[in-house]
Design a protein. Structure first.
Length: 171
């Protein structure tokens, strides 16, 4: 999870969007909570079963996900459990992530990438070449936020089913 003030999604507001289906800017979220969230945040997955389009396969997600805003907290063995990364759109975001993980081409084949952006802004050219799901956030229509939440969990579930099935369960 990016920790940059320029990021639309940080630990401060991630739970509200990814679990509650409602976006509030990070600065407003910090005001609402009385301060910044640092380190680790545990999300309770709002939707436990994902149906894979086309195949109809059902995959049950773990009930909890850990969000971090610094990979310095991760040990070598933790990288095998990383299932998603939010990218701001510039490769420099990953420069301190270790040899392989700092390369977006490698990173986004080993975890599901996401780029959250406003629907009236351009996706950075660099991010257009990455294997990331582009999540478009409306500046004015909050009722679309729930669709972003649902797509996020669908993407995570599909990725986990195909790439890390041992982390979930077929139902």
């Amino acid at each position: 999870m990016p920790s940059s003030a320029a990021s639309l999604l940080t630990l401060d507001n991630a739970e509200r969007l990814l679990v509650g289906g409602s976006f509030l800017g990070a600065a407003d979220s910090r005001k609402e909570k009385g301060g910044r969230v640092v380190g680790l945040r545990v999300l309770e997955c709002p939707r436990t079963t994902v149906v894979v389009p086309g195949s109809g396969e059902k995959f049950e997600l773990p009930s909890k996900f850990h969000l971090v805003n610094s990979v310095a907290q991760l040990k070598k063995q933790d990288w095998d459990r990383v299932v998603g990364v939010f990218a701001m759109g510039k490769a420099w975001q990953f420069k301190d992530w270790g040899a392989q993980w700092s390369e977006p081409g490698y990173l986004f084949t080993h975890c599901r990438g996401f780029h959250l952006h406003y629907d009236d802004t351009q996706v950075p050219t660099e991010a257009m070449t990455w294997n990331v799901a582009r999540l478009e956030l409306s500046r004015t229509s909050r009722h679309f936020d729930k669709l972003i939440m649902e797509r996020f969990w669908q993407e995570i579930g599909t990725f986990m089913l195909h790439n890390k099935p041992e982390m979930g369960e077929m139902v």
